[in-house]
Design a protein around this ligand. Sequence first.
Ligand SMILES: Cc1cc2nc3c(=O)[nH]c(=O)nc-3n(C[C@H](O)[C@H](O)[C@H](O)COP(=O)(O)OP(=O)(O)OC[C@H]3O[C@@H](n4cnc5c(N)ncnc54)[C@H](O)[C@@H]3O)c2cc1C
Ligand code: FES
Ligand code: FES
Length: 478
Amino acid sequence: MVSDTIQFLLNNKIYKIRNPDPNKTILNYVRNDLKKTGTKEGCAEGGCGACTVVLGELNEDKVIYKSINACISFLPILNGKQLILIEDLVYKNKPHIVQEALIKFHGSQCGFCTPGFTMSLFAMRKNYKSINNEIIEEALSGNLCRCTGYRPIIDAAKSLKNKKDQDHFKKNQNKTIQLLKKIKNIDIEINHQGKKYFAPKTILNLRKILKKYPNSKILSGGTDLSLEVTKFRKDIKTIISLNSVNKLNFIKKNKNLVEIGATTSLFEFQNLIKKYFLDFYNILKRYGSVQIRNVGTIAGNIATASPIGDTLPLLLSLDAKIVIHGINTKKTLPLNQFFTSYRKTKLKKGEFIYSIKIPLNKKNIFKAYKISKRFDDDISSVCGSFSFFIKKNIITKASIAYGGMSEIPKRALTIEKDLINSEFSENTFSRASNLIDKDFSPLDDMRASRNYRLTVAKNLLLKAFYEIKEKKNIRIQS
Ligand SMILES: Cc1cc2nc3c(=O)[nH]c(=O)nc-3n(C[C@H](O)[C@H](O)[C@H](O)COP(=O)(O)OP(=O)(O)OC[C@H]3O[C@@H](n4cnc5c(N)ncnc54)[C@H](O)[C@@H]3O)c2cc1C
Ligand code: FES
Ligand code: FES
């Protein structure tokens, strides 16, 4: 069965929209069509958090809450979900506990950013039984305020530690679950003035659509794709969303391998990888914001082939493989054979990334660093990733990869060769780090100069050496 109508829950009512414009953002729908203008537009590119709304999603018999940037989310992704707007937080004329806290601690001045902060804090309060400073900082990392200053907002957030999650959403949860279950879980096919949007439920149907529309754009989290519309003002003619294909949302693990399905969110992945490679987790915590990681995926990050995509050097140095499915084909490719030139990959028409496989080995020593102008919610100038096997103080394997150093994320093969079979010592690393310009010839751009990149890349290798020597956060656990 197929439907041309998306359905979602707003304020205890199921909304239905037949053949909506698949290029319309949730933000434009909410402000222009629903005339609910509490949700603000600041940057329109996912960077400021003014447009934060929360989605409630059914997960077995529970609703889980995700903050997202409405400015870079296409309207059809609402299908089957609960949309929660700033206007919905007030209940019987009483502000929500999050709003009360922001008032009490003077967390607002001009107020433009306040709805976004409120929604991020609302999602945090709903998702965590107990709250600590790390959770607060993470929850707010995607929201910018230009006049209040962050201290009062953080104070307001801290005061929520003592408040129980007993709001009207909690009281209404059974009704919400019933209403969400009422929405039929079927394939979506939208046709709006020639613009098409497909959200198949199965891989079989996904393949059929890819066969018929090989030039379509695949949508995962949309944190990159949507900018074609919102920033570059283009129309996307045909979109195929992977997000309803249940079989693409998985994490499988055994003692040698972890495999991540294409639609697994970066947020879900960050909590998994923490157990195995702590530095991978540390970098993911600085990847965009919670709003971005709630929807963005590793598969999407890989497919962009961005030279500054944060997961790419890390996956390269961990010898990750990607599983690619085509209309009638399945293949597995080492990631280091996937990128061909600037933002180009070996992905052919009709193909999609099915999963990513990361090998696990207890002896693998892993370090990674992201250098950016701002700590949170910023893109790398340089990202360095280092993976070693060391036996009796001899380096038996070295996999080193950098982002931001060339037109594609790339392994440092000359340095690797120099390190292998050498003693694990300061001399060895000092010698090898001087080979950085044999592997890379980076460009000057607004983020960093060529010399800065070369110096940082070299120093990151030395940093990895010293931290491994001091046994700082290195060991894989399983
Ligand atoms: C505010 C903001 C902050 C950001 N911060 C960072 C950051 O810190 N680090 C970083 O690396 N990136 C960052 N990004 C970039 C972006 O988040 C990533 O590139 C992201 O991983 C894309 O994943 P997605 O699931 O959203 O992909 P989408 O936007 O859905 O898709 C991106 C591209 O990949 C293709 N694609 C998606 N999934 C598949 C698949 N399974 N098979 C084949 N093709 C596919 C799409 O067709 C599209 O061309 C940021 C973006 C924004 C807007
Ligand atoms: S308007 Fe800035 S993140 Fe959406
Ligand atoms: S209160 Fe003015 S931008 Fe935050």
